[in-house]
Design a protein around this ligand. Structure first.
Ligand SMILES: [Zn+2]
Length: 431
């Protein structure tokens, strides 16, 4: 069990207040701070900082004894690496329009780019590893995103409301085939238009959006405001057009959004806790100066219309733990709020699950006591690394209120459940 300091990623779209506030540092920070990584990714490994052992990178701790730290079940399934990456993400501006490959697509794409002789760090490399990258974000502030293709009938209504004659052709395409194939046709056409056409079409759409917004009554106000913001930041980018086809998803704190393979998405603004399979495979379609590969994006995209409710992971309360259920085998994320005043029910929680775990504190502080050992106090903006061979722990609030997120590997837990014939590994809230 070690206390982790995360690694700040200073991407330009990041917030100057969110991560610094969580960590209790002065705001605004000197540079944008987009993400705080708690994981063992070689590009940014968290650091073990408590005095119980040498100060070192988490990746070194795992490499020194993968089976003892990760457990046999996780190591057998995912190899000698932590299968997930846990982050705090704080977006002040939109991130790129992107999608991630399925496990099969990632394996095939990685081998194909290796066969072409592309260096792993080449700028035009799409597949930097052979793994898929399902993602789950849970909002800790109001959070906005574009995600998944909207029901085309609704998009036809939106395009009709815009009354932009330059869009008539595409409106006709979608109205004539209001399904995934119609979406594929319009999206593919927009992303492959010559730049001269984009330079005409995007301003026309922005003009139309402003007209509708200033007229006052529209059910698509949030969608059109997003189009205007993206158009201001990326005036000649087909991603602005693509945003017309996507759901505008708004999350309140505690609500989640799960992005499976092939889901086209772009986070717009807000802070959240994000967990993903430990991979770098991103296919971008716009709203970024980074490498864009439209044909490859088209290969992996899922054009099946979805709505926000379908992308919200089911939530199950297990004692004081709010668990976000997803099909991703690499991770399970949950949120726990503990009360340190002694006035309410959930003041502590016992974890006895096997496999690697990371607890990230978002608010207040927690005291974690291993069975038969000395406790560690983990402050807001820090995390705790718990290994497979650590004993059971009891977590208490070390402040009036403490909020933390817990990441674990489901396969490690289910393997242990199979071995033990008794009750499933229990998580209990205690007085
Ligand atoms: Zn993504």
């Amino acid at each position: 069990m070690r206390i982790l300091d995360g690694v700040v990623r200073p991407y330009a779209w990041g917030s100057r207040t969110a991560i610094a506030s969580i960590q209790g540092r002065p705001v605004p920070s000197a540079h944008p701070e987009a993400e705080l990584w708690f994981g063992s990714h070689p590009a940014g490994s968290a650091r073990c900082v408590d005095p119980s052992g040498p100060e070192q990178d988490l990746v070194e701790v795992i490499d020194a004894d993968p089976v003892a730290t990760l457990g046999a079940a996780s190591a057998a399934e995912f190899g000698n690496r932590l299968p997930f990456l846990l982050k705090i993400l704080a977006a002040e501006e939109a991130l790129s329009l992107q999608a991630h490959p399925s496990a099969d697509q990632a394996r095939e794409g990685f081998e194909r780019e290796n066969a072409r002789g592309l260096a792993l760090e080449a700028r035009d490399r799409n597949y930097r590893d052979p793994w898929h990258k399902p993602e789950l974000i849970v909002a800790t502030t109001p959070f906005d995103a574009l995600a998944g293709f909207r029901d085309p009938h609704k998009t036809v209504a939106l395009l009709r409301e815009l009354q932009v004659s330059e869009l008539d052709h595409y409106l006709g395409m979608l109205a004539g085939q209001p399904d995934s194939e119609g979406l594929r046709a319009v999206f593919t056409t927009w992303l492959t238009l010559p730049e001269a056409s984009i330079r005409q079409l995007v301003p026309a759409v922005l003009h139309g959006a402003i007209e509708v917004l200033s007229s006052g009554s529209t059910e698509f106000a949030a969608e059109l405001r997003t189009v205007c913001e993206l158009g201001e930041d990326y005036p000649n980018d087909p991603g602005v057009l693509a945003s017309l086809l996507l759901n505008h998803v708004h999350l309140e704190p505690g609500e989640g959004l799960y992005l499976p393979a092939g889901n086209l998405h772009a986070y717009l603004r807000g802070t959240g806790v994000e967990i993903m399979a430990n991979s770098d495979n991103v296919l971008r379609g716009g709203l970024t100066p980074k490498h864009i590969d439209v044909p490859e994006l088209l290969r992996v995209l899922d054009f099946t219309p979805v709505d926000a409710a379908q992308m919200a992971p089911p939530v199950r309360m297990i004692g004081a733990e709010r668990v976000y259920l997803t099909p991703a085998p690499e991770f399970r994320l949950s949120r726990i709020e503990l009360d340190g005043t002694g006035l309410h029910h959930s003041s502590s929680i016992c974890f006895d699950m096997p496999g690697p775990q990371i607890l990230a504190v978002l608010s207040g502080a927690i005291e974690v006591r291993p069975a038969g050992g000395a406790p560690l106090t983990v402050k807001s903006g820090q995390a705790l690394w718990i290994t497979d061979d650590d004993p059971d722990v009891i977590v208490r609030a070390a402040s009036a209120r403490a909020v933390f997120y817990r990441a674990l590997v489901p396969v490690a837990v289910s393997a242990a459940e199979e071995v033990s014939a008794s009750a499933p590994a229990a998580v209990t809230a205690t007085e």
